[in-house]
Design a protein around this ligand. Sequence first.
Ligand code: FE
Length: 236
Amino acid sequence: MDETRVDETRISRRDSLLKLGGLLAGGVAVGGWKVADSLSAGEGPEAVASGLVSCVLAPEQTEGPFFIEDQKVRRNITEGRPGVPLTARLTIVDVSTCRAIRGAAVDIWHCDAGGVYSGTTSATEDDRFLRGIQRTDAKGLAVFRTIYPGWYTGRTVHIHVLVHIGGNVVHTGQLYFPDSLTDAVYRRSPYNRRPNRNTRNAADSIYRNGGKRSTLRLRKSSSGYVASITMGVQRS
Ligand code: FE
């Protein structure tokens, strides 16, 4: 990995917390990164159900076994991995007000076209491809350049996401793709070298728990796609 590039400032997760924590006050700093798992998922939907707000709380979903701390702040996370180009446009809003949240750190990671995560096996332990952090702008938007993820056994196609604000992980989730689009993408190289993915959205045990609300909107863009979603989060 080239760590000298200006746009790839390597920051540790704790450093990022300290730096980003100053941008947005509020919330009580807590130790550990599993805090999002303990958030009450009921509060947000109730607020939405009150009719006062129209944004949707992004469902909490497991971080899974392939999270790695210490990611780079960088927009382009491909590191040359082959695949169909994907621009991910992730907008973070406060679920109680629907207002954009500026300065949130959005951390994403996903497997490559062959279903492999960087940093998880002896073959990839020093790699960090398809992992990175971006901070949201004034419109709450974080943009990543990546590739359409591949698949691995037992899971439907997904991108993992963590959002942290002011010292708290405020959202742990997964982002999904329409199966029909995945079918089309997987007919292309290099995905077509691994046909017969074995789990689609409806059969995925994690997707079933709210994944529909975390399905990306996709539109074609030159040779690839732009994937967009707005995620409502609770600040603390
Ligand atoms: Fe995963």
